[in-house]
Design a protein around this ligand. Sequence first.
Ligand SMILES: [Zn+2]
Length: 431
Amino acid sequence: MTISCISCDNPKRVSEGKNTHSNSSTTNSSDEPPSIKESLSPTIAYWQYSPLHPDNQMPVTYSVKAFDDKGIEKVTLGVYEYELYKNEANLPSKRRREGGEWGIVKTWLFSPEKDTVELGFTGDGFLPNTNVFYQFKVTNTQGHTTERQALFDAGDSPWEDDKILLYSTTDTIEVRNRINICFLIDTDYHHDWRKYLQDVEQLIFRGYHANNMIETHKEKWIFYYTHYEASADLIINTDMPMPSIVTTNPLQGIDAYALLHQEDITDGAFIAERTNIVTHSFFTAEPYNLGTVVHETAHAIFNLNDEYSGAPYEQLEVHSNAFESKLLCEQYKRNNNFKTEFCRPIIDSKGKTWFTPEDEILFTSRAACEDYNRANQLKVKDCLALLIQDTIWYRPNASACIMLDDRDKEVPDFQEVCKKRIEWYYEQLGR
Ligand SMILES: [Zn+2]
């Protein structure tokens, strides 16, 4: 939900008074520069909840993983419950729920202290029309605290046709300055919403959040779903028109719609800026092919090109991963201080040669590939044999960009050029 919430209570203010243990945190309230603060405070690797969009009164498990070599001595979990309603101007709003959960629900104390903690707590379920804010605070032996929070909707939604919030790590950055992904269900789920939400849960926490350019920028991403249904198979393989939700975009603020299907079909991304058939980017994918979903998302959000032959390409104005000529590609690498000027030819679906500045590291023997992995602290055996023009080559898998090979169930990293493109995109958000 896009909540207009001017007068909402602020749970952080309420909970701060209760936390007498710590006078330091990673929020921007301190004068210390972030790098010093972060290095003094515990690291929180994840802060999740399950199940996504719990039904009315369905218990919710909150989980966290944190580490600190100075030792963790305290973790708290606060849960703050809001009621969703429409205000006098008929706008979706939320307010603190009277009699609802509002404060610390669990405290863990460690004596002796622990370097790593993985904790879970199962709390009560919620009434219909609920929005939940939960917050983990992790404190080390030196009194430094890191806090992380997330929001989600629970129980029946008051707005059946609107988007339902699945996971957002902040409510202080404007929604329009972030990337809003809305999942759609495929008809091949046969309305099994719980199965669908379980698949989406894996996709967010083990897919998106496992990628190198997303795990460090979780606050940039908001995930929703909606009850709109469509068939990816019919859209990709027949003349079936695009779903009306992506041609008319009745939901506000969505940047890309992802239609998740169970059956294995060839997926595609339709990018609003490159086609006149959608108003907002749209892609199809199997939710269990985690790398594929992140790859398709990168087409839809960052406009990144494929880095293998046989696709259509477009030279982007800023940090393009495909160029129309070798000269332009080499010039780009020179201007941006890449280690080499090497550009790799790729051939589009019409036979035209393009050039990608994203390298593909190949060796003529498996031993050389494994040596490379060993020297770069990668999984030694993780080499893929490829037959290219009658020669067998070996590729260190971890060196290949997700736009070259999305590896289906694994989640490869973005490599140098794509990283630059995404960093630039993140910087543009909110400008
Ligand atoms: Zn692709």
